[in-house]
Ligand binder design. Sequence first.
Ligand code: PFF
Length: 445
Amino acid sequence: MKETNRATFTSKIGMIAAAAGSAVGLGNIWRFPSMTADGGGAVFILVYIGCVLFFGIPVMVAEFIIGRSSKANTTGAFHILAPNTSWKWVGRLGVLTGFVIMGFYMVVCGWTLEYIWQSVSGKLATVTDFSANFAALQQDHLKQTLLMTGFAALTLLFTLSGVRKGVEKSSKIFMPTLFLLLILLGIRSVTLPGAINGLEFLFKPNMEHVKSTVFLDAMGQAFFSLSLGMGCMITYGSYFSDSSNLTKTAIQVSVLDMFVAILAGIVIFPSAFALTSNPDTILDDLINGGPGLLFITLPQLFNEIPLSMLWSSLFFILLAIAAITSTISLLEVVTIYIQEEYKRTRHESAVLVAIGVLVLGTVSSFSPKFFGLLDSVSAEWMLPIGGFFISLFVGWYLDEKLVYAQLTNEGKEKFGIKFLKGYRFILKYLAPLAILAIFVYGLIG
Ligand code: PFF
């Protein structure tokens, strides 16, 4: 399985950009705001930040260790590091999770294409009822399938152009563009009169709207947003060079990812509060917005400000960019698994997976219930279960010397050494127990 001339990322920046490109996506800009609205604002965000620090970063380092030391795909990595054991099922669960996530993620990707079109063509500027506009799209199944197919074809294009050219180059351009656009929109949002109420909702803890599932939701969101628990970072770690510092990279990627999510919140909530025509029901509207929050609330905002077409075109292009660097990584996990485990060509594997995703995506575009099920089962259960076993694998199973060598690059990296002491303890006890506790609380809470 071990290939000597396997591709690696060519530069440090490229490596961070690719991993961050996977992490930063619809999870930050579409899912995070709707989870935050649903979870009651600041309290959800605090728990979410705790989850990122507490298990997000350690599990990301664990995935990098597995990937870089095995230089193989998600299941291949377990074959190599733990031959003839059941650990390979963790890899297989990851591949399945990737497939399930794409089954609803592609639908939202399709929506972003439609909203780019509506923005650029000026149609969005003429809409008066934004809920009805979004509902019309949701009811047009043929259109949704076509849009999804378009997005999947774009993703395939990148995937088939190979690791270096496709993933790395595209991420290097897309990521900085994304930050810039979000910051611009954030400035626009917080300078609107009345924006302060939205900022308060985001940053001032208020127990009134907090739900009993807040821990489960925030943990799922952390795993989802950081692309953890399904081996995506194992696959990307397998492309890392031997001199890269895994701990530093994980911290940089996670902080960047959190930053983008909170920025997205700053774009959405202050503007939603500032521009609503129903200040009394704005909270309920936000909470009930569900998957449509972004596509209903934001166009409303754009229509209220000068140069609306420009702002909304920028925003939805940005969203599509964020989404494609994530779908590239999702497709990569499943594609390289089929390629390496079933000895298929890259082309065949990627096309096969894309067709499967389109079938699943079409079903979820027909049924919001099925869509919601794929979303919550994958994020709140499958990813954390994957993360649980990945923690145990690196904490208990992997040879201690290998873990230390990976963390410190054979003793050369000081940064890894500092992190070492507490790291195994977190992976052995803290992270798995906390994940278990959250599951139990989620089931009975
Ligand atoms: N992290 C991506 C997002 O926030 O949109 C979604 C994702 C990508 C989840 C890759 C899992 C994954 F392996």
